[in-house]
Ligand binder design. Structure first.
Ligand code: F0G
Length: 451
């Protein structure tokens, strides 16, 4: 069976190559830009390769009741939209995807919105959205006969890669910035047996070193410059459309780090529209941390300046990235869909994370930028009262428990960071208290804490 129907198209100069011709760093030999996976004929209604929208919707729903391993994956369930393997039998899956879409009634009320949801990608097998991309790209690596895979990471990519490599019986190499990733993520890379190297540099530095390594040794690069990662990461867009009965929300709000996820989701919606699965696409907005905001800076100064990397610094370590590889793709998604790109402060991130926690939904700090960004978009009038909004939560709360504990203990933010927000923060904080081991003391402690 040959399921493979794709070519790679350079995002910069438009050059087309076959999958096997890609260089180890996945950069275009002519212009140095990144590739994206293209499926010919999808935009042409008469082309025989064009999948049929009605049949697909039916098939994908049927697969939800199937016991087949591939059908149980929320990525490979949609495999007609990612024909990237010679044989789907080579797919390495941990039954990723099919993540929950939760209503957020408290935040919706506070923001004066009727319809606010969180698509929780932290509910994936390794606790982040990276699993959806990893199942796709690591399957390609396996099919092409690689023994080693590698990534530079702020923690989640490495956790996902290490797990999928272990499942496939492959070796994995992780480069992480020493002391700058959350412990939960580091523990996962160790647990899944990766060779984990902590380098005395930042994420961008780790990536630079890795690119030199993959040019020299037969190691398959699994950073998001690898276009197959994005094919897996576009599938939450399909799940969202399916959950809204093939209508789409008005807004989708996504955190921005290396900027692959926003690019992938934009691609997913664009392809669904081309294929007639949906009639429009949501406005896709990207939110960055103020200390790691190169796209937000670039897009606010549109037309005036070159894109400039920044020295990144934020406690939302997952998105502590100053030189994002996929910035051009993400900028195009934001522009084409009519979304925005903003940044939010450390205090705004911490408050938004606690707001979500108070709704029973934990997430990583990097995920909480979405709610912080929505508050700003609402204040700017960019999101209307009657509009439907989906926040993409990217990581599980237990990835970075230290952050949560520091917030509730009151040790996370410096006084200048929290200035002006003290009352709001005090209302959200729920520090653990030491109480005498008697019922009377516990009952009295309960009375002292406001609801
Ligand atoms: N949220 C979380 C929890 C992440 O781990 C990342 C990226 C992002 C958001 C940003 O996504 O890079 O596609 O814009 N983490 C990467 C990693 C870089 O190495 O785990 P992006």
């Amino acid at each position: 069976m040959n399921d493979n129907l794709h070519t790679l198209r350079c995002f910069g100069c438009g050059a087309r190559i076959s999958g096997g011709e890609a260089r180890p760093d996945f950069r275009c030999a002519d212009c140095g830009d990144l590739f994206e996976v293209e499926y010919s004929g999808w935009a042409d209604r008469k082309d025989h390769n064009r999948p049929n929208a009605g049949a697909l919707r039916w098939l994908w729903r049927e697969r939800r009741c199937s016991g087949e391993l591939l059908d149980r994956s929320g990525v490979w369930r949609f495999r007609e939209l990612l024909p990237i393997l010679e044989n789907f039998g080579n797919a390495v899956t941990l039954q990723e995807g099919n993540t929950p879409l939760y209503a957020l009634p408290r935040s919706a009320k506070a923001l004066g919105l009727d319809q606010l949801y969180a698509k929780h990608q932290g509910m994936n097998p390794t606790g982040s959205f990276k699993d959806t991309g990893m199942t796709a790209a690591l399957s390609v690596a396996r099919e092409r006969g690689f023994e080693w895979v590698a990534c530079a990471s702020t923690g989640n990519t490495s956790a996902a890669m290490a797990a999928y490599a272990a499942r496939a019986g492959m070796r994995s190499l992780v480069l992480i910035p020493e002391g700058k990733i959350a412990w939960g993520k580091l523990s996962q890379a160790m647990d899944y047996g990766a060779v984990t190297c902590q380098l005395n540099t930042d994420f961008d530095g780790c990536l630079r070193v890795l690119l030199e390594i993959v040019r020299e040794a037969p190691i398959y690069l699994l950073n998001s410059m690898n276009p197959y990662r994005l094919e897996g990461q576009k599938t939450p867009a399909l799940e969202i459309a399916e959950a809204f009965d093939w209508n789409v929300p008005d807004h989708l709000i996504v955190p921005g780090g290396n900027l692959a996820n926003s690019s992938a989701l934009g691609k997913g919606f664009k392809e669904m529209k081309e294929l007639g699965l949906v009639s429009r696409v949501p406005k896709i907005s990207v939110i960055q941390a103020e200390g790691a905001n190169p796209l937000a800076r670039y897009m606010s100064a549109r037309g005036e300046k070159e894109f400039k990397p920044v020295e990144a610094n934020t406690r939302a370590t997952a998105i502590r990235i100053g030189n994002p590889a996929s910035w051009k793709k993400a900028a195009r998604v934001v522009e084409e869909t009519g979304g925005s790109c903003l940044d939010v402060t450390e205090a705004e991130i911490a408050i938004a994370k606690a707001d979500l926690g108070a709704e029973g939904l934990g997430c990583e700090p990097a995920s909480a930028v979405t709610l912080a960004g929505l508050k700003k978009l609402r204040a700017q009038g960019a999101v209307g009262d009657g509009e439907t909004v989906v926040l993409l939560l990217t990581g599980h709360t237990l990835k970075d428990a230290d952050y949560t504990i520091d917030f509730h203990r009151g040790t996370l933010l410096q006084p200048d960071e929290a200035a002006g927000r003290e009352v709001e923060i005090a209302k959200l904080r729920r520090n653990a208290i030491s109480v005498e081991a008697t019922p009377a003391a516990v009952l009295s402690a309960m009375k002292d804490i406001p609801a």
